[in-house]
Design a protein around this ligand. Sequence first.
Ligand code: FMN
Length: 368
Amino acid sequence: MFTPGDPERLRTAIGVTAPVLQSGMGGVAGPELVAAVCNAGGLGILAALNLRPDAVRDAIRRVRELTDRPFGVNIWLHDDVRSPPDVSDHADLVRSVQSVFNELRPRFELPATLEAPRPMPDLVDAALEVMIDERIPVFSAGLGIPEPELVEQFHSVDAKVVTMVATTADARSAVDCGSDVVIAQGLEAGGHRSHGRKLTAGEAAGTGTFTLVPQVIEAIGDRVPVVAAGGIVDGRGLAAAMMLGASGVLMGTRFVATAESQASRLWKDRLTSGAGTTVLTDGFTGQWARVLRSDFTDHWAAYGGQPLPGLLQAAARADMQRAAVLADDDQMQPLYAGAGFDLLSDLPSAGEVVTRVVQEARELLGRT
Ligand SMILES: Cc1cc2nc3c(=O)[nH]c(=O)nc-3n(C[C@H](O)[C@H](O)[C@H](O)COP(=O)(O)O)c2cc1C
């Protein structure tokens, strides 16, 4: 006989009173959003990817000014982010990719270029050092499994480690490496697929939340609590996740569309207007991510070739990204969205989201 997931396991593991986690999200999850989720009893998670060490430290300290509840800090542990590829090894690919982008640059009156992009600095290890030095309550790993030594470093400062995976094999590795909580990310998830290396499109699509969560629970649910992620936006999702055996949910897209999120008005409008659909693309950053379908994703799909490795793809289109943001162009920037975005129609405060989701799930599960 199966038993529903127990939120008490999450309370014990990471100190939350509501079984709702808000994903770390670059450019979205700043201290205000994180603290609002924590103050409502959930776990808010700061995004540290691509932030300089001082900015990571400042953000952590700001969260501490806004809440005395436990919070998390997230970073990607992807192989290509920790050891960025050398652009000079990819000269032919640079020309192919820039040629595709050159077809789009006239939209913004940008000059054509075949130049190699300037690689993004490798800031992951410096950010991890700051997190340990600041003794953060929870470290959240995405797109890769933390090695046992890293987990040990966090445990030595009493921090818990939460690792997001998209396969049962990775779930086993995450627990073997010492993770305290595992997040099972189904293919409906907005943003990047949580793999530590670049996979083919077929492999990266993977398994849907409804299928992955019980499989992960069978694999490791007796060892650590499992949290469900991907396409969940309301109390129905939390109740269903608990019925599958999850102890709680992690949501990204729902929190993009909140008052405290740092996402642009354009992005929030697109998420709540119900128009469009989502696709998996590697055209924006080089890594597979779910976004709102757009002229850019169609154009990139028609090219059908490889992107630049690591995050060099993002660097190669940095000029177009800046121009698209300035022009409020929703067709040429990545508007990350999970497949559940169609259910969103409002912009509540993040605290209200936590309270509402928990209340709805309680009513559905017949608990008070
Ligand atoms: C805008 C956005 C940014 C994201 N950034 C990150 C990130 O920096 N690190 C990470 O581990 N996951 C990131 N994710 C993925 C989430 O962790 C999570 O798997 C996903 O949001 C769950 O699906 P949902 O968006 O349907 O709720 C991001 C998701 C979104 C929507």
